[in-house]
Design a protein around this ligand. Structure first.
Ligand code: DQA
Length: 144
């Protein structure tokens, strides 16, 4: 099973960035933990973080036909990007949307997502643990 993990803008700053909202765990720590969890199950996990919408779109296009599921935290693009939504629709790969913080308990502009209605599922508010939950959920989606 092959999983693509995508992280959007400013998530490279995890650990330093607003730790009261996003925690102290760095993105490298999250990815290392997830990679270990995936490889223990003989799955391959490819990770890309980008601050660029175009790069994330290109990565989604490149996943077509070779990836079983996508785990994506679109970060601020969650609330703005029709283009990323259309990219995910165009490749027909099931995806799970993850947010570290509980976006519904924050500013109203974070309550709307361009992804949630087309996602296989959404995990919000569990911090770094949300990515592990998403990996388990990805396995369920692919194996069912
Ligand atoms: C986020 C929530 C978004 O509203 C915000 O723009 C982010 C991170 C989260 O993981 O909680 O950058 O996606």
């Amino acid at each position: 099973m092959k999983i693509l993990l995508l992280n959007g803008p400013n998530l490279n700053m995890l650990g330093k960035r607003e730790p009261d909202k996003y925690g102290h765990t760095t993105l490298d720590e999250i990815v290392d933990g997830l990679t270990a969890k995936a490889s223990a199950r003989q799955w391959s996990l490819v990770h890309v973080q980008s601050n660029s919408e175009a790069e994330l779109i290109n990565q989604i296009h490149a996943a077509m036909g070779n990836t079983d599921a996508i785990i994506i935290n679109p970060a601020a693009f969650t609330h703005t990007s029709v283009a990323l939504r259309d990219a995910l629709l165009s490749v027909s790969i099931p995806f799970i949307e993850v947010h570290l913080s509980n976006v519904h308990a924050r500013e109203s502009f974070r309550h709307h997502s361009y992804f949630s209605d087309i996602a296989a599922g959404v995990i919000v508010g569990f911090g770094a643990r949300g990515y592990e939950l998403a990996l388990d959920a990805a396995a369920d989606i692919v194996n069912n």
